[in-house]
Design a protein around this ligand. Structure first.
Ligand code: FAD
Length: 461
């Protein structure tokens, strides 16, 4: 007989952790188990970060994406206090309700040491952008910093260890929707547990498994958009007028060439470009430390072009993975870096050309040619947007601006659900990035608290 719990949460990212916190605070008597396939937060050591290797060894689990505190553990910790972006919760719930939960999650993080200060939006900068048809989103945002964010999450996890049962290195392999039984592998042994409520908080690392599981159980899914592009790295002075005021410029631009939307986001002032391993495919991302000694001379941001597939092809995640895999292939299992000027001139950036660059790369990527692996449409969109951005931050489109590829954000397919409970199940909930509801720390955290409220009180209020 499987052991019984009131609630089993799968996934120890911010969504799963906030759900565990909400449950334990509302009803301390509940028996809650949290399963996480990665390691505990202090045992998450990426061999690239610890300088044991220069190339990704495709560890299973990946220390960057998987483990307690989830994909956000080493993130820059930009906490968006707004419903304007960061996920699709406002499409499903009243805006004020979502905002209340974002603030609740923020309060919890502050209890465990997160910063109280936030950057306010700037009307003046927004107006300046509008002159050039650049649409800057304006939200209040906190910058916790990679180091401070890690400490906050560690304290939250320590607190939860006394409230709920946490099992790490435990990979969920199946959930039986008829018996609400969760099967997982721990130390090469298959175990199973039953629960009245099961919460799937799998993050992007678990998105493919979630999709396969939903398909196997005939559960309806709706695909989300896919964003493909590059990570841009340039001297920090270029965007300083923005970052000093609002920390993170998030700007949308509709390209003239294809009428596609390109988004500038995930800005990291004086940060580092990093690799990310999703399902064995290497992509790029960025982060920034708060500690002055760890800051670089460069800022970086994502510049991604959005595509919505409809018919006959509607596999956005597979599409993004193929593009990223091609970049991995031609770089010998790594990611590519190219100077914008070389790209424009149809030249590969090689070791010699990269050494001539005035922008020193913060990631040891393979110098190469992005036009050999990225679709023309996305590449044209990116170059056009860099030119547009240069009108408000001159120098953005300099010859030596570095482009790392491929960066992609594919958002998990979203299940049909009511208050996060998956249609066709009884008490199986999906939340956060893995279920395609969110794409940020704040909305993923909010979704965790919302599910906790639904389980304990029967309503999200
Ligand atoms: C480098 C980087 C920087 C980022 N920076 C920011 C930022 O500054 N601001 C921001 O708002 N967002 C940022 N994000 C996005 C943010 O981290 C995510 O939106 C957030 O972590 C989503 O939370 P989640 O709980 O839904 O999923 P995750 O944090 O991904 O957690 C899911 C967890 O589930 C586990 N899991 C998956 N499958 C299984 C299974 N079968 N069995 C057991 N466990 C499983 C995974 O190992 C993982 O630990 C960043 C992401 C990355 C990768």
């Amino acid at each position: 007989m499987s052991e019984r719990y009131d609630v089993v949460i799968v996934g120890g990212g911010i969504g799963g952790l906030m759900c565990a916190y909400g449950l334990s605070e509302s009803d301390p008597k509940l028996r809650v188990l949290l399963l996480e396939r990665g390691r505990d937060i202090d045992k998450r050591i990426c061999p690239i970060v610890s300088k044991k290797t220069k190339t990704c060894l495709k560890c299973d689990p990946c220390a960057i994406m998987e483990g307690m505190a989830g994909a956000g553990a080493f993130s820059d910790g930009k906490y968006i206090i707004s419903t304007e972006y960061g996920g699709w919760l406002p499409d499903l719930f009243d805006n004020d309700l979502v905002m209340r939960y974002i603030l609740k999650a923020d309060e919890i993080l502050m209890k465990f040491g997160a910063d109280k200060d936030a950057y306010e939006p700037s009307i003046a900068l927004k107006k300046e952008c509008l002159k050039y048809d650049l649409h800057m989103q304006s939200a209040k945002v906190k910058h916790l910093g990679t180091d401070a964010n890690y400490l906050t999450m560690s304290k939250l996890i320590e607190h939860l260890k006394n409230k709920v049962e946490i099992v790490t290195s435990a990979k969920m392999t199946d959930v039986d929707i008829k018996t609400n039984t969760v099967t997982y592998i721990k130390d090469h042994k298959e175990e199973s547990v039953q629960a009245s409520s099961i919460v799937l908080a799998l993050g992007r690392a678990g998105a493919s498994d979630f999709k396969a599981w939903a398909k196997k159980n005939d559960l309806a899914l709706v695909n989300n958009q896919v964003d493909i592009g590059v990570r841009v790295e340039l001297p920090y002075e270029i965007w300083e007028d923005f970052s000093k005021v609002i920390y993170e410029p998030k700007i949308k631009y509709a390209t003239r060439g294809y009428h596609d939307t390109v988004r500038m986001f995930c800005f990291n002032e004086r940060g580092q470009v990093v690799t990310e391993n999703t399902d064995g495919i290497l992509t790029v991302n960025g982060h920034a430390y708060k500690d002055e000694t760890k800051k670089s001379k460069n800022s970086n941001f994502a510049l991604l072009s959005t595509t919505n597939f409809t018919s006959p092809f509607n596999e956005p995640i597979e599409y993004a993975k193929s593009v990223a895999s091609l970049a991995n292939k031609i770089s010998g299992g790594s990611v590519i870096v190219q100077r914008l000027g070389d790209l424009r001139n149809g030249k590969r950036t090689d070791e010699k050309r990269l050494k001539e660059s005035s922008v020193i790369p913060t990631l040891d990527a393979v110098p190469g040619d992005l036009s050999l692996c990225m679709p023309k449409r996305q590449l044209d969109n990116i170059i056009e947007t860099l030119d547009a951005l240069s009108q408000v931050a001159p120098g953005t489109n300099n010859y030596d601006t570095l482009l790392y590829g491929v960066e992609c954000k594919y958002y998990s397919a979203r299940p049909e659900a009511t208050d996060f409970m998956i249609t066709g199940t009884s008490g199986i909930y999906a939340l956060g990035d893995g279920a395609g509801f969110t794409r940020s720390l704040s909305q993923a955290g909010a979704s965790g608290l919302m599910v906790a409220s639904k389980i304990v009180k029967g309503v999200i209020q």
